[in-house]
Design a protein around this ligand. Structure first.
Ligand SMILES: NC(=O)CC[C@H](N)C(=O)O
Length: 310
């Protein structure tokens, strides 16, 4: 940890320069308010020692990072056979909100649980009596994983996405037409669950702490508590490696070589299996939609400390 701490502040400042080249997401209007030049990182090891640098105190919404944990909750609710009858296991090579392959490839189930069509389908599989109970179960699960009972929604971001998320609505109706979603599924209720879990507000510290449970294969190393079956962590880590950074996942595997998941608010959750949980925030995104400075910082760290799995 001392070795990492010794270089971290300087590397954050070096990577921060790249934020000038990126753009803050604006298709959810509320996200456009994020500070473009921010960059923060938090790294925690299996003993609970942590290091951090940059703008670590900033709060941001999980967005697509939440998909890792809703996938896990759905797997815990139903088992892998049911889940993989509804979503596939392959990267798409398309944008996360694209619907093109749903029509082109049969059967018309979403290619994987991390594209929006897949994550909306996963939200429909969370157990609970109605959208309020489903959302409450999801939030409770996130709070457990982060060891933080104060995690909550950013309601401004939630409303902003709910008022403008017409593409996600289209995806959901298309899935319903194709019977990937049940006939009795109410699309507005379902999207309320989906938009809510995307709008859970965290810091880099929360992200790192959630990641640590994945680094421990589902056992929280700091409490010794078994939180997720190992097999479900294995599935989540595999998707993080193959699809976690959208259609730049191959490039990220070459340059960084770690399981990771990014979100449009500029967060990246990553792990060094068995060693570290990592949370990064850098709202300026590159043309693939990943935090431009965040990816650069992870690349520096991975190279220097030989973290690549490959
Ligand atoms: N890539 C993302 O982070 C997308 C999440 C966002 N809530 C959406 O559905 O568009």
């Amino acid at each position: 940890m001392e070795q990492i701490q010794a270089v971290l502040p300087e590397w954050v400042e070096a990577s921060r320069r790249l934020t000038e080249r990126g753009k803050v997401a604006a298709y959810i209007p509320e996200l456009a308010k994020a500070p473009k030049n921010a960059l923060g990182v938090f790294i925690v090891n299996m003993e609970g020692d942590s290091v951090s640098a940059g703008d670590c105190g900033l709060k941001f919404t999980l967005q697509s990072i939440s998909k890792v944990f809703t996938l896990i909750l759905a797997l815990m609710d139903h088992g892998e056979q049911t889940i993989f009858s509804k979503v596939g296991m392959e990267p798409t090579g398309e944008n996360f909100n694209s619907m093109i392959k749903l029509e082109l490839v049969r059967p018309g189930i979403p290619f994987n649980p991390f594209i929006n069509a897949g994550a909306i389908t996963i939200s429909s599989l969370i157990r609970g009596d109605g959208p309020i109970e489903k959302s409450a179960r999801i939030l409770q699960f996130f709070r457990h994983l982060a060891s933080n009972d104060t995690l909550d929604y950013d309601l401004d971001v939630y409303r902003s996405e709910s008022e403008t998320g017409f593409l996600n609505r289209s995806l959901a109706y298309y899935l319903k037409e194709n019977r990937v979603l049940n006939a009795e599924e109410d699309v507005e209720d379902l999207l309320a669950v989906y938009f809510r879990h995307c709008a859970v507000k965290v810091t880099c510290g929360d992200l790192g702490r959630m990641a640590l449970v994945l680094a421990g294969d589902g056992v929280d190393p700091l409490t010794g508590k078994a939180m997720i079956p190992r097999r479900h962590v294995q599935i989540a880590k595999t998707f993080m490696t193959t699809c976690g950074m959208y259609n730049a996942s191959g490039e990220f595997a070459i340059h960084v070589g770690l399981p990771a998941k990014s979100g449009v608010s500029g967060g990246i959750l990553s792990i060094v299996p068995g060693r570290y949980g990592i949370g990064v925030l850098g709202p300026a995104l590159n043309d693939k939609g990943n935090s431009v400075a965040g990816v650069d910082l992870l690349r520096r760290l991975s190279h220097a400390f030989d973290w690549s799995l490959f």
